[in-house]
Ligand binder design. Structure first.
Ligand code: GTQ
Ligand code: FE2
Length: 370
């Protein structure tokens, strides 16, 4: 017990004797791996997220020709597995990560080329900017990949890709590779070298079973962690966005995110929640001449321009957006979009992870950048 009698005499913090003892203490802390919070609190517990990742934009005009060059020089096969080229955020040097949790890559398949089957604990999707002719075979179910479609490969599903056409095809891959690596949850297994089902049906089995609007097969009971529907087709996405804007024009309230801004979320039909467990996927449509409000969220995200053009403003920096451009938005970046022509954007984020952990925070900041 501390009493007046046994309390140490007032310390002279400035004395050379005290400074020398303190330096020795910190050396000895270090030697056994002890770190005093009072010297690192600001770095460990900032007042708001201070991501190392920076807002960044990649031009499709740079990405596609480089992916095509790799198509001429690099074969696809067992080991490397995929001709996929990760987009590295300049704020995360040494890691090919778009954000601390999200992998975004351009994958390229030559005519008649095959990528072998494998499975991994990482969740994946493909978003198709342009082209067709590839089927991704998910647990033996061939899924056509066409312009505007979102195709899922939830974790631990076998998958391989085959291009049955005479033209190359490139698309955007999104995976939770950095998240899974950062929390030591990576598992990986090889499957057959050749995709196990070479059929090329217009509709996958998953669409035949789950693809009816609001129609759940009665035989399939219960919630599943990720969507059993492997393909979300552009005709449906486009119609939903068009419908939202038409209804708003007709004066029906509550159809849009904000004026001139329609959006859909790709959902898991067994829960109504996100299609994948670790990544949120959405398509947004901004009417020509409109802007979004500025906002920030503790989720990080990646966006790809599907149609149209405009600008994106991130922490006050304005960049032009054209077909295929990819944007990385780190946590807590102030973000807004401005549409010059009708602007369709695909986006994915890590929001579901933080939502489940009750960590997600979102803030609308005032005004627009129009
Ligand atoms: O297509 O299976 O971009 O396993 C990264 C890892 C794509 C894929 C990527 C993968 C894949
Ligand atoms: Fe994979």
């Amino acid at each position: 017990m501390t009493t007046l009698e046994n309390r140490p005499a007032a310390v002279d913090f400035d004395s050379p004797d005290h400074q020398a003892k303190l330096a020795a203490l910190y050396r000895d802390f270090d030697a056994v791996g002890m770190t005093p919070l009072w010297r690192t609190r600001e770095g460990l517990m900032p007042h708001h997220p201070e991501p190392r990742a920076v807002p960044h934009l990649w031009r499709w005009d740079d990405l596609y020709p480089l992916a095509a060059r790799s198509g001429e020089l690099v074969p696809v096969g067992r080991g490397g597995e995929r001709r996929a080229i990760g987009l590295g955020n300049p704020g995360l040097p040494g890691d090919p990560y778009a954000t601390p949790t999200l992998w975004a890559a351009i994958q390229y398949l030559n005519p008649r080329e095959n990528a072998p089957e494998h499975r991994h604990s990482q969740s994946a999707f493909r978003f198709v900017l342009e082209g067709e002719g590839v089927w991704t075979v998910v647990d033996g179910d061939p899924v056509a990949m066409r312009r505007g479609d979102l195709l899922l490969t939830p974790g631990w599903h076998f998958h391989g890709h085959q291009n049955v056409s005479d033209t190359p095809m490139a698309w955007l891959d999104g995976l939770d590779i950095p998240l899974v690596a950062g929390i030591d949850q990576g598992f990986f297994e090889f499957g057959p070298d050749e995709v196990r089902n070479k059929r090329t049906p217009d509709q996958s089995n998953s669409e035949r079973l789950w693809g009816g609007p609001g129609l759940t097969p009665v035989a399939a009971v219960g919630a599943r962690p990720s969507s059993p529907l492997m393909a979300y087709r552009w005709v449906h996405t486009d119609a939903a966005l068009t419908g939202q804007l038409e209804l708003a024009d007709e004066g029906v309230p509550g159809t849009l995110v904000e004026p001139g801004h329609a959006a859909i979320r790709y959902s898991n039909p067994t829960t109504g929640g996100d299609a994948l467990t670790t990544m949120r996927t959405e398509m947004h449509r901004l009417v020509a001449g409109t802007s979004t409000r500025r906002s920030r969220t503790s989720a990080s995200s990646v966006w790809q321009v599907f149609n149209g053009g405009g600008t994106v403003t991130m922490d006050g920096q304005v960049r032009t957006l054209t077909h295929g451009d990819v944007v990385a938005v780190p946590a807590w970046t102030e973000f807004s979009l401005q549409a010059e022509s009708t602007l369709d954007l695909f986006t994915f984020s890590d929001a579901p992870v933080f939502e489940k952990l009750d960590l997600l925070r979102t803030q609308i900041t005032e005004g627009t950048d129009a």
